[in-house]
Design a protein around this ligand. Structure first.
Ligand code: RIB
Length: 310
């Protein structure tokens, strides 16, 4: 079973011809109000991919909380450990351009009150996978990671959006997931070097290896159309992306992380779990919204053969 500790948001998604530049007003052709938040998106992605999932987080005592919880309830996720906070439910303003690229601004609200204390011990056992992102307070995540470590749970941490994080904490996690930008940020932080503007594919590989060497844990780098690269058991793995024409890339990383973690949780090998993640990430780009297009296990299985290298 998977316990997700993370954010629940309401997403305001605007379809724009291009992402606004500083000082520019852009007219959107449409807008949707949909459930989101990296935590909730990943919980729904894992549940759709076949896992039993429990969500831990916080929403406000307002009308928006119903929207934030809707996708989780629909996917059969246990929401009994989602607390109510006096702060407003978290929201995100998301611009999506004609190529499906996005830019996101989050107002954390109730997510700042998310704590792991309410979590029953039965949801943190040697058979549990704890899945986290970076949209809830670091102190609460550190507490829960330490609790999970003591219980022998497997821990997967998607470092999005990147924040300052202690190396000692990273060493307690079994698998770190980052996109290319987050890889560069994490590498600079851990190695205390300035960030250059441009990186080659070789840099990505080297940086992933460096982080693996420093933390001793598996490192997964999602690279969009270039697929996924990982260092696991000191071995480099590369998995191609599903060939698609994206409509909306919002939540593609969440779809990858949820489906990958669901596959690991049910005992698939690391390379197979990466393929599940890549297929889910690709299929999630075919519709508007972070949760609306998350694929079921049956749909992922159907498309696995279309991924090169089967
Ligand atoms: O990863 C996409 C998510 O980031 C959105 O759903 C938004 O709420 C932000 O948390």
């Amino acid at each position: 079973m998977i316990t997700v500790f993370g954010s629940l948001n309401v997403d305001y998604i605007f379809q724009v011809p291009h992402l606004p530049t500083p000082g520019e007003t852009v007219l959107a052709s449409g807008m949707q109000v949909l459930p989101g938040g990296k935590g909730a998106n990943q919980a729904v992605a894992a549940a759709r991919a076949g896992a039993k999932v429990c969500m831990v987080g916080a929403v406000g005592r307002d009308g928006l909380s119903e929207i934030a919880l809707a996708g989780l309830l629909d996917a059969g996720v246990d929401t009994s450990a989602v607390a109510q906070s006096p702060k407003p439910t978290g929201t995100a303003a998301i611009n999506v351009d004609a190529q499906g690229e996005n830019a996101i601004t989050v107002s954390s609200g109730a997510n700042l009150d998310a704590r792991g204390d309410s979590l029953d011990e039965e949801n943190l056992t040697p058979r549990t996978t704890l899945l986290l992102q970076m949209e809830v307070p670091m102190t609460a995540m550190a507490d829960l990671i330490q609790r999970a470590r003591k219980k022998g749970s497997c821990i997967v941490w998607n470092l999005a959006p990147m924040q300052s994080v202690d190396l000692a904490l990273l060493k307690q996690v079994d698998c770190l997931i980052v996109n290319e930008g987050e890889l560069n940020q994490l590498h600079s932080k851990l190695h205390q070097i300035p960030r250059p503007n441009h990186y080659s594919a070789k840099d990505v590989e080297q940086k992933a290896r460096d982080i693996f060497t420093l933390t001793g844990q598996s490192v997964v780098v999602t690279l969009g159309v270039n697929g996924t690269l990982a260092v696991h058991n000191n071995t480099l793995l590369a998995v191609p992306a599903l060939a698609i024409s994206p409509v909306d890339t919002v939540g593609a990383g969440d779809a990858f992380t949820g489906a990958f973690t669901a596959a690991l949780d049910r005992g698939e090998t690391f390379p197979v779990a990466l393929r599940w993640g890549n297929v889910a990430g690709g299929l999630a780009c075919l519709e508007t919204g972070a949760q609306s297009s998350l694929p079921t296990a049956a749909k992922i299985s159907e498309h696995l053969a279309a991924l090169p290298g089967a």
